[in-house]
Design a protein around this ligand. Structure first.
Ligand code: NAD
Length: 383
């Protein structure tokens, strides 16, 4: 894997092609696990690109393009190993397939990573190399900002490829739209659990007061909800206490906070074997990606009677906002579409109940059914 990532200029590994990889090692070599990894969740394509002149090392993963080109952001991160970077991009690309499918978009799932240190003086050169990498896929993958990248970075990428969205002066910061979608999803949870959309009088524990978490806190406060908050950044916590009357707790105390709703808006993997027994909330609904450490934690939440709004169902507002830019929708229409997350979440809960499975698995099945139907339709058109 390391050799294909660093020695070939663009080694494409197509799991569905009949030919072998163009990288130096084929199946059966010490790299055999790579194809197993891709086949496990049906990824279509992974592209590794190395540009020795700039020091760029990037991976683009395309999970499924049945509904359209793979749409998902570029993450810029100092991964500990090439394998960590690959595993992350594979997992993130797959989530994008589900997120885009559930949001009703005509986009498939993709994601990319630039492996490196944020503080590099060669940032522009790395981003341009990433743009050339994206261009080499001729539109099968469309990028946007993500952790470690910004709209200004997307402008640099655009110098090399048109397959980029979330540009300066276009659809703008997606976070308020994401927060609105989370809020609507939370209302759907309240409706399902308590028979009313109203969040006023409820206590919500928010983990992370960044772009999404703070915007969500504002919406909830406006409705009269009581807020318990935490963040690693003390200034953000102070602001929430002063502006929104929130009660602050230490980062590790948020799981056991006395709150009816827990809203993870910071990191992935926060629902795990350590945190789950400590949770007091009846509902988990937040903006963070990949909240479940493993799929089985969704089952455990259901067994404990905790209503979980699957992250990729509830945090699709950002990608709806990007689609507005791609499709020329108005900001009002993007918000209206985002409001539809309310209905999607209720559909997920109804399917989970009917099928006797967790909400996380039900959401995946709903997304998979939409993709399967599109595949069948394509097949019948072709014949
Ligand atoms: P952000 O970086 O603006 O905010 C994250 C906040 O979490 C920061 O204030 C950080 O200090 C805090 N934090 C980090 N670790 C923490 C910990 N252990 N305990 C408490 N706080 C901690 O990011 P964001 O844009 O608000 O995104 C938040 C999450 O939502 C991420 O998982 C992101 O992938 C996901 N998401 C964001 C969008 C969007 O539109 N921004 C869309 C979909 C999903």
């Amino acid at each position: 894997m390391k050799s294909s990532a660093s020695s070939s200029r663009a080694a494409l590994a197509r799991t569905r092609s009949t030919g072998g990889p163009e990288g130096p090692q084929g199946p059966g070599g010490s790299d055999a696990g790579l194809f197993q990894l891709l086949a496990e969740h049906g990824h279509e394509q992974v592209s590794f690109w190395s540009d020795p002149a700039s020091g760029y090392r990037g991976i683009i993963a395309i999970h499924d393009t049945t509904l359209g080109p793979g749409l998902g952001g570029t993450r810029f991160w100092p991964y500990g190993s090439d394998r960590d970077a690959l595993l992350d991009v594979l997992r993130l690309a797959r989530s994008m397939t589900y997120k885009n499918a559930l949001a009703g978009l005509t986009s498939g799932g993709g994601k990319s990573v630039i492996v490196g240190d944020q503080g590099t003086p060669r940032r522009e050169a790395l981003l341009r190399a990433h743009g050339r990498h994206i261009q080499s896929l001729h539109g099968r993958y469309i990028t946007a900002e993500d952790v470690g990248t910004s709209p200004a970075d997307m402008e640099i990428i655009r110098a090399e490829t048109p397959y980029v969205t979330g540009l300066i002066g276009k659809s703008g910061d997606p976070s308020p739209v994401t927060a609105y979608g989370v809020y609507r999803g939370m209302q759907a949870c309240a409706r399902y659990r308590w028979g009313t959309d109203a969040l006023g009088g409820r206590t919500v524990a928010i983990q992370g007061l960044g772009h999404v978490g703070y915007a969500l806190a504002r919406l909830l406060r406006r409705d009269g909800a009581t807020l318990v908050v935490t963040d690693l950044d003390a200034a953000r916590v102070r602001r929430a206490v002063e502006e929104l009357g929130a009660q602050a707790v230490e980062p590790d105390e948020i799981y056991a906070a006395r709150a009816e709703i827990f809203a993870p808006c910071a990191l992935g993997g926060v629902i795990n074997d350590t945190t789950l027994p400590r949770l007091r909330a009846e509902i988990v609904a937040g903006g963070a990606n990949n909240q479940l450490a493993e799929d089985r934690h969704g089952d455990l939440l259901a067994e404990r009677g905790v209503l979980y709004a699957p992250d990729f169902a509830i945090n699709g507002g950002g990608v709806i906002n990007l689609s507005a830019e791609l499709n020329g929708w108005s900001a009002e229409y993007a918000m209206e579409r985002t409001g539809g997350i309310y209905d999607t979440v209720l559909t997920v809960f109804a399917a989970a109940k009917q099928e006797g499975i967790s909400s996380a698995r039900a959401a995946e099945r709903l997304a998979e059914r939409r993709i399967a139907a599109a595949k069948t339709e394509r097949g019948s058109v072709a014949t």
